[in-house]
Design a protein around this ligand. Structure first.
Ligand SMILES: [Fe+2]
Length: 199
């Protein structure tokens, strides 16, 4: 399975009304996605990244959890199902990469030991470049700072919320705790891209 295109320009786009064709606007998931987009829009003016990368960042935020749509379920793993959808729609490689790898998806795929899924990740991992990795970091950063219903929260609150919601022994909670260091590294990298405010 090849999910990455060589094209750097696409007419494909995603927004709140198109997203509503895949996830109900009344669902928490939909509100969470809009919260991630809002946080990214707030962050973008102070981010030291090339201007022509910024539309890709917003598209990736709209798409990052679209794989939860029952309409798109193929592998039962939302980062992969979402990336397959975005690839078929013609989104550029950094956007597809951000969906596929956001929020420790590769690390989770490794832990779950589903060989079919894992082999797709292992085939795409060596293809990631600087642009792709930056988008993965930015989507992950906004994802872990947004509550399940779309409010801005701290990373520590997000970890606590996951443990409260699933219970400490649930695999989702265990993965969150086990990957905490990885998330902290992402937060540090993104913080280094934020231009300090002049007071
Ligand atoms: Fe998310």
């Amino acid at each position: 399975m090849k999910l990455f295109h060589s094209a750097t320009v696409t007419k494909a786009s995603m927004d709140a009304s198109k997203l509503a064709q895949y996830l109900s606007p009344k669902s928490n998931r939909y509100q969470h996605i809009l919260g991630v987009v809002r946080l990214m829009e707030d962050l973008l003016p102070s981010l030291q990244i090339p201007d022509n990368w910024k539309p890709h960042v917003i598209q990736a935020c709209y798409l990052h959890d679209i794989g939860y749509s029952p309409k798109l379920n193929q592998y039962g793993f939302h980062p992969l199902d979402g990336a397959i959808f975005a690839s078929k729609k013609g989104f550029v490689k950094p956007v597809v990469s951000a969906i596929l790898f956001h929020s420790c998806a590769y690390e989770i795929a490794q832990m779950e030991k589903n060989q079919k899924r894992l082999s797709i990740y292992q085939a795409h991992l060596p293809l990631l470049d600087e642009h792709d990795r930056l988008l993965i970091d930015l989507v992950t950063y906004c994802d872990i700072h947004t509550s399940p219903t779309g409010e801005k929260i701290s990373f520590q609150e997000r970890v606590k919320e996951v443990i409260d919601r699933y219970g400490a022994h649930h695999p989702v909670s265990k993965m969150m705790v086990q990957n905490q260091k990885h998330y902290e590294v992402v937060v540090t990298r993104v913080n280094q891209l934020i231009r300090p405010k002049i007071t």
